[in-house]
Design a binder for this molecule. Structure first.
Ligand code: AMP
Length: 277
């Protein structure tokens, strides 16, 4: 496994690959969720590239960029046994040199949900992913359902910009108590960690109502809110029952549907979702 920083080296390595290339973009501090994406890429592609880059442009000035957890050595030791061919770990200066001024922006579907709380976030995500796509030129790219809006936005960008890349969205990997794995879970302490499975419980409760035949979206949103309100430590930012592809809030559930939520536990912000239908 090679670890590369510079663009020229990356391009040379890309040229040396034979067969299909799978890309797994990450911000590092890897956990089983990331590793599940890498295993899937390995099973489906001849060559696998993992990128580790804490992308500054997707963090607002008030957010946790400098505190975002990092441990490259640990990450490399987790990736190595999986048979990854290449790890690309560029610096912010390589991705955004002085004078940088080009951005990729997806419009309507980046405004609700995460976009309503983090208005500049997706512009940073789509820009960096477009740059990774252009540089690595993968055949397939792997993302987690955990970040449902991100996956939907990247599918849209890939279609809109004619990237010849198949976007594969992999299931959310969870802890035994239902908490979705996340690099930020490291910041959950004591009682907040104990309270964190409330997101999974709220989603499960709404899913049970749906499976009982309920198709009124507001009833499902109310159900999720009711369960979250039962946990005094949880501060709900939003609950949503939206169309899976457009992310528009629904009145009546018909096709594939995304239940999602963002919740503050202490200072830690957690997101989670289920797909229905
Ligand atoms: P991040 O390092 O948080 O930017 O995540 C990198 C990729 O891993 C993204 O596509 C995430 O959606 C995915 N991912 C993060 N957590 C999980 C999880 N618990 N299960 C599955 N995929 C995940």
């Amino acid at each position: 496994m090679r670890t590369i920083i510079g663009l020229d080296e990356l391009r040379a390595a890309r040229l040396s690959f034979n067969g299909t290339v799978g890309l797994v973009p990450t911000m590092g501090y890897l956990h089983e969720g990331h590793l599940s994406l890498i295993r899937r890429a390995k099973a489906e592609c001849d060559n696998v590239v993992v990128t580790i880059f804490v992308n500054p442009t997707q963090f607002a000035p008030t957010e946790d960029l400098s505190k975002y957890p990092r441990d490259l050595e640990r990450d490399l030791s987790l990736i190595e046994p999986l048979g990854v061919d290449l790890v690309w770990n560029p610096t912010p200066e390589i991705m955004y040199p002085t004078g940088y001024q080009t951005w990729v922006e997806v419009e309507a579907m980046t405004r609700p949900l995460e976009g309503s709380m983090r208005p500049t976030h997706f512009k940073g995500v789509t820009t960096v992913v477009a740059k990774l796509f252009n540089t690595v030129q993968p055949h397939k790219a792997y993302f987690g359902q955990k970040d449902a809006q991100q996956a939907a936005v990247i599918r849209q960008m890939t279609r809109d910009l004619n990237f010849p890349i198949e976007i594969i969205v992999c299931p959310t990997v969870r802890e035994a108590d239902g908490l979705a794995m996340s690099s930020r879970n490291k910041y959950l302490e004591g009682k907040d960690r104990a309270a964190a499975p409330v997101l999974f419980r709220a989603l499960s409760a709404a899913k049970t109502v749906y499976e009982g035949g309920e198709r009124d979206a507001e009833t499902l949103r109310r159900k999720m809110k009711e369960v979250l309100d039962g946990e005094p430590r949880a501060q709900t930012q939003y609950v949503s029952c939206a169309d899976y592809d457009t992310l528009e809030e629904l009145d009546v559930i018909k096709g594939k549907t995304l239940l999602s939520m963002a919740v503050l536990l202490g200072k830690t912000r957690l997101i989670d979702n289920f797909v229905l239908g």
